[in-house]
Design a protein around this ligand. Structure first.
Ligand SMILES: Cc1ncc(COP(=O)(O)O)c(C=O)c1O
Length: 418
């Protein structure tokens, strides 16, 4: 990490890559390649198995059983259904809860359209709740205020953003007081711990995206619906597969006269389940590797005047599963805009997500569906003084050093000491 001294001696603004100077990093960042030999072997095993059985593979077979059982072991018990995407998982969770038609659903301020579209498509009204100060995660106090002012809310969908667990115990206490259901969206936080328990084990239902770039993935696209309630699990399976009543004794899935209600087909196929079972074996080490790298970022920014970690590990019982790393900028010392600062770092060969545009209240398509005004000032302020560094478990000390050197180089021109 020792190139700070030469960096600050260069005072020619032309040396910044954004102005045509040589950049800090010339190589692209290492590819993640989560899907490796083990996953290829897992896919082959589905083929070999189907050939041995004399039947083509499909869905809801033995590979889904293996996968969902392993996943439940990872979570410490419960029931899981593998489905086609995180969006589908939210869609199914809402249906399984059998919420009051037309009721409102409180949602996190920062989330993915995939967590909100199912609400709108099912005729519910999303109500956005702001985040805690200095966080993208929903503020329990503000949730309570919203619930006091709106007695039509039947559920809350909580997103654990970027791998950082929400204060889920406070959310549960408030939800119980107002008799609303809790769906935990763990799509960005697989395996994160809150009070020594995995996220997803607190709410009535948890949903996970398992698409390729997530911490845990089943292939290109995929998802999981998880619960600890057997009755809900039976509903989930039914809503994930055309209203079939798998839990009934003697149920014949080939007889369409026995299905109970209209529902879509959101099954995940056996190939994806085999991939999921394989990557799940490495999930714990994946999470740990990401944690170690994030801690290296924390240390790397210690010498920075402008950039610091946006979050710090506060307790050993709450452990994030880093999806991305959020860095904070000291706006008072910055002598340019955040956008310009981030562009200069990117020009040095460092990919960033400078402006996290996942604040739901800003999405034009969602505005006509909102019945309550929400400006999410905490979430916006936090977004406006932070930027996200995408990374994964294959980053080495070289990548951490290049990122740090790029930050130091750029801040030597734009900091108050420059
Ligand atoms: C928090 C969150 N919820 C839901 C989704 C939707 O998942 P999918 O892309 O698998 O449909 C995503 C993202 O991909 C997400 O990040």
């Amino acid at each position: 990490m020792g190139c700070f001294s030469w960096v600050i001696m260069i005072k020619d603004i032309g040396s910044l890559a954004i102005n045509g100077g040589d950049k800090i990093r010339h190589r692209v960042m290492p590819p993640r390649q989560l899907f490796a030999e083990a996953e290829l072997a897992a896919v082959r095993s589905v083929f070999f198995d189907s050939w041995a059985e004399g039947q083509d593979f499909g869905y809801q077979g033995k590979f889904e059983n293996i996968y969902t059982q392993k996943f439940c072991e990872f979570q410490g018990g419960g029931y899981a259904d593998a489905v086609s995407s995180g969006t589908a998982a939210v869609y199914i969770a809402l249906q399984a809860l059998q919420l009051r038609p037309g009721s409102s659903i409180a949602i996190s301020p920062v989330t993915d359209p995939g967590a909100v579209s199912p609400i709108v498509l099912q005729g519910f009204k999303p109500v956005i709740v702001d985040s805690c100060i200095d966080s993208f995660n929903i503020d329990p106090e503000q949730l309570e205020n919203v619930l006091v002012g709106n007695n039509n809310i039947s559920a809350v969908v909580i997103t654990h953003v970027g791998g950082w667990p929400t204060d889920i115990q406070s959310i549960l206490a408030i939800a119980a007081k107002f008799d609303v259901h809790v769906i935990e969206d763990c799509s960005q936080s697989h395996g994160a711990m809150y009070e020594r328990r995995r996220v997803g084990t607190f709410g009535n239902i948890a949903v996970f995206s398992t698409m390729y770039s997530k911490i845990h993935a089943t292939g290109g696209c995929g998802g999981l619906v998880y619960t600890q309630d057997k009755w809900l699990y039976d509903r989930i399976r039914s809503f994930a597969d055309r209203g079939k009543l798998f839990h009934l004794k003697g149920f014949d899935s080939r007889d369409p006269r026995t299905t109970e209600h209209a529902a879509l087909n959101f099954n995940l196929d056996e190939l994806s389940c085999a991939i999921g079972a394989s990557t799940l074996d490495r999930l714990e080490s994946t999470i740990n590797a990401r944690l170690v790298i994030a801690q290296k970022f924390d240390i790397a920014f210690e010498g920075s005047e402008l950039v610091s970690p946006a979050h710090r590990l506060s307790t050993s019982s709450n452990v994030p599963a880093y999806y991305f790393y959020t860095a904070r900028l000291d706006a008072a010392k910055l002598r340019t805009s955040k956008a310009e600062f981030c562009r200069a770092i990117e020009a040095e060969g460092i990919p960033l997500n400078a402006q996290y545009n996942y604040l739901a209240y800003e999405w034009p398509w969602l505005k006509p569906h909102l019945t309550q005004e929400s400006s999410c000032s905490n979430a916006r302020k936090f977004r406006d003084i932070t930027f996200n560094i995408p990374f994964h478990e294959k980053y080495t000390d070289d990548e951490v050093k290049d990122i740090r050197d790029a930050v130091m180089k750029v801040e030597s021109f734009f900091g108050s000491n420059s």
